[in-house]
Design a binder for this molecule. Sequence first.
Ligand SMILES: [Zn+2]
Ligand SMILES: [Zn+2]
Length: 117
Amino acid sequence: MTLRRPCLGLPAGRPCPARRATTSRRCPDCQRSWEQARNQARPERRTAAYRRHMAVSKLAWIAEHGPLCVGYGAQPPHLVAPDQLGMDHVTSLASGGDPLGPLVGRCAPCNSRKGTR
Ligand SMILES: [Zn+2]
Ligand SMILES: [Zn+2]
């Protein structure tokens, strides 16, 4: 027998509309609301899925291209030390890109060059 407790409810202290009992902390509906609220409150980069995506993409990128920075503006692609290589979204999050979308290698200097434009 699994222990069932009342659902902890929605963000901002609102009670669970369905008043459901759940084996976890919240019923699936309330859990979804919480995740949405959390995603709006914090940058995507804090989520485990995002960090995993970054790490996996970096490994795949280095396996395929080496520690290659794709450059930016007048800077042509160049190799950097692996620990200098960051991953950057092909479509930036600022312009509506998917946080879990495709990434390219880009070093910090190129990334900041991009930011100052
Ligand atoms: Zn609930
Ligand atoms: Zn670079």
